[in-house]
Design a protein around this ligand. Structure first.
Ligand SMILES: [Zn+2]
Length: 273
């Protein structure tokens, strides 16, 4: 049932190659600038030269559809707008970064967040934590929140309960070994988990974090498109999901721009607690 309903979501996400593994990040480590500015500029140009609006409309339709599909199935956990109900002021924006740590992105993101005096939430993949423990420590020391994004970034509903628990526990242990305390937040790969995973998280007193504003930024769409898509979804989707795994330059530039534009609109920022 779940998988049938989630098929559109999976096909929407599967060609994203969001699934990180050691090789992806290791190969990025080898290449000095895996996402050259030219490449990003070229992609931005493609958007500017015709399909930008159409792409944005399709993206909006896609996200509205996916949310309508997923929310009734997965009502528990943290979605945009179900934690804060402030009427007297704007809901703070939660910037979240998935799929790191990544040596090509994480350090630069820390610089941007420090410059802008913003605290964010990083959902790290266990396999990447194992490769770059020093980045986990740096993020923690800078005062950001670290969440669990599974060990191998696999589609959890395909796993046995035992394997799901292993995905959670191994990553918790890696984080604990580095920062001395375990994470309380979990975001499932592709945002999808089933009841067994929800139960396993409950037993561990962990909270699930889903999504709000998304931009398909696991593809090289260019920072202009990322910023434009995210800003169109704020307000109302203050839980902002960005990906630091694959396109470092795009992620860093769009993060800075999203923060600046949001500040101009009077928004503040908070990590997810
Ligand atoms: Zn992810």
């Amino acid at each position: 049932m779940l998988q049938t309903l989630m098929k559109p979501l999976m096909s929407s996400l599967s060609d994203s190659s969001e699934n990180k593994n050691d090789n992806d990040i290791a190969s990025q480590k080898k290449a000095e600038r895996p996402d050259s500015d030219e490449q990003v500029a070229e992609q931005s140009y493609e958007f500017r030269s015709g399909s930008h609006d159409f792409e944005n409309r399709m993206h909006k339709f896609n996200m509205t559809f996916l949310r309508a599909l997923a929310k009734p199935i997965l009502p528990a956990g943290y979605w945009s707008k179900n934690r804060y109900t402030r009427h007297d002021e704007k809901t703070p924006i939660n910037l979240t970064f998935d799929d790191g740590p990544n040596p090509a992105t994480t350090k630069e993101l820390l610089v941007v967040l420090e410059d802008e005096k913003v605290k964010g939430t990083f959902f790290f993949i266990g396999e990447n934590i194992r490769l770059y423990p020093e980045l986990v420590e740096a993020v923690y020391k800078a005062g950001h929140i670290i969440g669990n994004h599974s060990m191998t970034h696999t589609f959890l509903p395909n796993l046995t309960r035992k394997a799901v628990e292993k995905e959670i526990d191994q990553t918790n242990q890696l984080i604990t070994d580095i920062i001395g305390t375990g994470p309380t937040l979990f975001r499932a790969p592709y945002g999808i988990m089933d009841k067994r995973c929800a139960e396993a998280l409950k037993e561990r007193r962990m909270s699930t974090v889903y999504w709000g504003a998304m931009a398909d930024d696991f593809r090289p769409i260019g920072e202009d498109a990322v910023v434009s898509r995210i800003m169109k979804q704020i307000p109302g989707n203050e839980l902002v999901v960005l990906h630091e795994g694959r396109h470092p330059s795009q992620c860093i530039k769009s993060t800075r721009e999203i923060i600046r534009r949001s500040k101009d609109l009077g928004f503040t920022f908070e990590p997810i607690q």
